[in-house]
Write a protein that binds this ligand. Structure first.
Ligand code: 1PZ
Length: 204
């Protein structure tokens, strides 16, 4: 595909993939296959987190795969919403639009984690990850999930370990995280606009 599979630098691959999406977005709509490909790169981050977040990875991948089933009937993210609006299944468990909402929350969570990493030099990730999770995902997760995530926070690697596992230094990671934030932000805002333009609130 368009994105170089730079396995030696997962962070570069993620930044590149979302920059590609942001560029596509400038032309109007977002193709479902390009969105799927970019979001697939996010999965590699889970490999750095350890066993406690395996369930989160499985959940994320399941939502992404479920969303991809909308193809080829839906060529773009806009089509995904339209199809579910027409069949009144926007919020139905397992629907395309619900899976899109969940994947979007994952993309936003990564953005929030990167912002926190840039904003502090905290060597412990627990505070950083907990505050990003509380802000982006916790309001929409069940008590059981929030409890599992909370327990997992105690098992996170240190900041240095995280960058090491990503094949980065503090300095090299910084630029790539900024690139991701800049590219993912308009993509997230665009997805929100798709729901809002159909009068679907975002409190779920
Ligand atoms: C370096 C810092 C690491 C921070 C790690 C924080 C990880 C938080 C993981 C959150 C896991 C949530 C798992 C379960 C979520 C489910 O409640 C919902 C159910 O959706 P429904 O079936 O009701 O429609 N599933 C999801 O939201 C999909 C999965 C989202 C996972 C996103 C995580 C992405 C970020 C990972 C960062 C490495």
């Amino acid at each position: 595909a368009v994105v170089a599979a730079t396995t030696s630098s997962p962070l570069s691959a993620i930044a590149e993939a979302f920059e590609h999406l942001a560029k596509l977005l400038n032309r109007g709509d977002l193709p479902l296959d390009a969105f799927y490909e970019a979001c697939s790169f996010v999965s590699v981050l889970f490999n750095c987190l350890g066993f406690a977040f395996k369930f989160a990875e499985l959940e994320y991948v399941a939502k992404l795969e479920g969303l991809m089933e909308a193809s080829p009937a839906c060529g773009t993210l806009k089509d995904v919403i339209e199809v579910d609006v027409a069949s009144k299944t926007v919020k139905s468990p397992g629907s395309y639009s619900r899976n899109l909402r969940r994947v979007r929350q994952g993309v936003d969570l990564v953005r929030a984690i990167f912002e926190q990493l840039l904003a502090t030099d905290d060597s412990c990730l627990k505070e950083i990850a907990s505050s990003a999770y509380a802000q982006i995902c916790a309001p929409y997760h069940t008590w059981a999930v929030r409890t599992a995530v909370h327990a997992g926070m105690y098992t996170l690697p240190t900041r240095d370990q995280l960058f090491l596992r990503l094949n980065e230094t503090e300095k090299s990671a910084e630029a790539k995280m900024k690139r991701y934030i800049n590219a993912a932000t308009p993509v997230i805002e665009y997805i929100d606009k798709l729901y809002l333009s159909r009068k679907i609130p975002l409190n779920w």
